[in-house]
Design a protein around this ligand. Structure first.
Ligand code: NAD
Length: 258
């Protein structure tokens, strides 16, 4: 039985993972952490202090925020606890902290835990290889009004893969356009963030050529799409060697640390 400590348990993703875990036979949530002010207000096994619950055999699943993601990674490294890391919007230093932790424990980190987005990434790679390099690529993402980071982590993952395929760097990323910006440069990948309502996560990659265009789009209608992936990731890190793994590891099995 895999014992899970859930960081950010009171949040939207925390609650989705809680529901998904209810149907799992091989996995049980043994601790839930969130901010101190929420702990006393909620029923169940709650704590604002993760360290005491990091006993041998426990796996951490973290969906909270960038600061907590980095601190949780360091704590897991110190306790030898495998980690599933899902927060987005991390700074370069915070990403480094997660990478450093992976020298000591297995860390599976992904900007998107849904199977459909993994398929979208493959479809985009295939489309880029099939159309002329002169086609323009733009990414449009939509999320709920409460989302903190823009562009979304998934949009950045998609953009990075397009940039790499085109031999471009992050300098060619254009987040939104405003004013008299002039004609679109060829060496540019645009990312546009729509915020409103309760959209869970919607990513469209648009490829536009002369007189025709192609649109590849994934829509997450329910956070269960990410929650089941996060539980799969917990099963994976529970038996993986230390290292930094991506969502691809769930498709290819252990031994694919980067
Ligand atoms: P949310 O705001 O609903 O939940 C975050 C929770 O973390 C809150 O309950 C908050 O109180 C808690 N928290 C804050 N500080 C904490 C601390 N120090 N210790 C423990 N808990 C703390 O947000 P959400 O929609 O659940 O998303 C959480 C993160 O996951 C965001 O970064 C989001 O972008 C990301 N996300 C990733 C995926 C993916 O597939 N990788 C999918 C959805 C969301």
């Amino acid at each position: 039985m895999i014992r899970v400590a859930l960081v950010g348990a009171a949040g939207r993703m925390g609650r989705a993972i809680e529901s998904a875990a209810e149907g799992a036979r091989d996995l049980v949530i043994v601790a839930r952490t969130d901010r101190p002010e929420l702990v006393s207000a909620l029923p169940g096994v709650w704590t604002d202090d993760l360290a005491p619950v990091l006993e041998p055999g426990v796996v951490v699943i973290e969906f909270s925020n960038a600061d907590t993601a980095a601190r949780t990674a360091a704590l897991c490294a110190g306790h030898g606890t495998p980690l599933v890391s899902g927060s987005t919007g991390l700074s370069a230093d915070q990403e480094r902290a997660v990478r450093e932790a992976s020298a000591r424990v297995a860390v599976l980190r992904a900007s998107n835990f849904s199977v459909g987005v993994a398929a979208l990434r493959r479809a985009v790679a295939a489309a880029l290889a099939a159309v002329p390099g002169t086609w323009d690529v733009e990414i449009v993402e939509r999320h709920h009004r409460l989302k903190k980071d823009s562009p979304s982590g998934t949009a950045l993952t998609l953009a990075d893969e397009v940039l790499e395929a085109r031999g471009l760097t992050r300098a060619a990323l254009r987040a939104g356009r405003e004013g008299i910006v002039g004609p679109r440069p060829a060496a540019e990948v645009g990312v546009h963030s729509v915020r409103g309502g309760t959209w869970v996560g919607d990513h469209a990659v648009l490829l536009a050529g002369e007189g025709e265009s192609l649109e590849l789009r994934h829509v997450a209608q329910d956070r269960a799409a990410f929650a089941h992936g996060a539980l799969q990731a917990a099963r994976f890190v529970a038996q993986a060697a230390p290292g930094l793994y991506g969502i691809e590891a769930l498709l290819t099995g252990p031994g694919s640390a980067s």
